[in-house]
Write a protein that binds this ligand. Sequence first.
Ligand code: F6P
Length: 340
Amino acid sequence: MKIGILTGGGDCPGLNPVIRAVVRTALREGFQMIGIQNGWKGLVDNETKPLDLSAVSGILHRGGTILGTSRTNPYKDKALLDKVRANYRTLGLDALIAIGGEDTLGVAARLFQEGFKVVGVPKTIDNDLSGTDFTFGFDTAVNIAMEAIDRLHTTAESHRRIMVVEVMGRHAGWIALYSGLAGGADLILIPETPIKMEEVTAVIRKRLERGKNFSIIVVAEGAKFDGAEAVLGTKLDEFGHVRLGGIGEMLANKIEETTGFETRVTVLGHIQRGGSATAFDRVLGTRFGAKAVELVKNGQFGQMAALKGNEITAIPIEAGTGKLKTVDPAFYEMARKFFG
Ligand code: F6P
């Protein structure tokens, strides 16, 4: 059996552990592995490379993806889609393993509906795919953000400042919630709950009353003032996403205006997507990769690996991509107990 593998969408630590696990378990089954480079773009342009044991040697600890990635959407242009269909056949693929988030796996689900034998592996630092308790990349991003928050405490205290930390999380505030709780943030703002300045100033005032003349506020890049996201320009990517950015600056300016406190902003950005994966993400990625090969071997196409509790299972790809997994209101309410 000849299996293709691709990584699409935003990269993250953990991708190479998945690729390594897929290749090593597939080769043990006597399958042949073809790496498709740069996400769906590689299938459009027939950019591939064979994957053998040496190709995946020494990549377990490496961030990013040895295959490269892109945000190419073949369903945006019939000519691209025709090339994908043709190259899938020209390459003689018996199956394709797509590693990605809502966009990449959304394409995989549509190809499956057309009759292509596709299996998915959920990937995103945002942890916003339904049907799986966690996606790999998320734990690493949270730890990177937590370490930054720990560092920001000392400078905030020394200068008696409000430090606003902007973290990634396009539509869901999982990174903000987890890193804020782990880092002891005094306020956590997520896309799921609109920012109310009175709540922000109340937290700062409450801390001042107990002698704390500094605060750490974690805000997700997708958080909104009066329903409006902070965006950088109007350009959309091929899946219709705007580039988010600026909410941290907006919030900091409003805080300074309202409270008079010196306020500074740290935007963690793509640092959250770089470097080596945590042990949790390496193990989860390895388990997901092995599951993907099992699904191919058993002919369970249109399915994606998923984590339920501590079990690796499989769900229909649409079940993972149809509706984003946003922060549970009860979880956020619990976090509120630690604000201020
Ligand atoms: O989807 C993961 C993610 O990191 C989001 O959190 C972020 O908004 C987006 O990707 C950034 O996309 P890009 O790397 O294309 O700028």
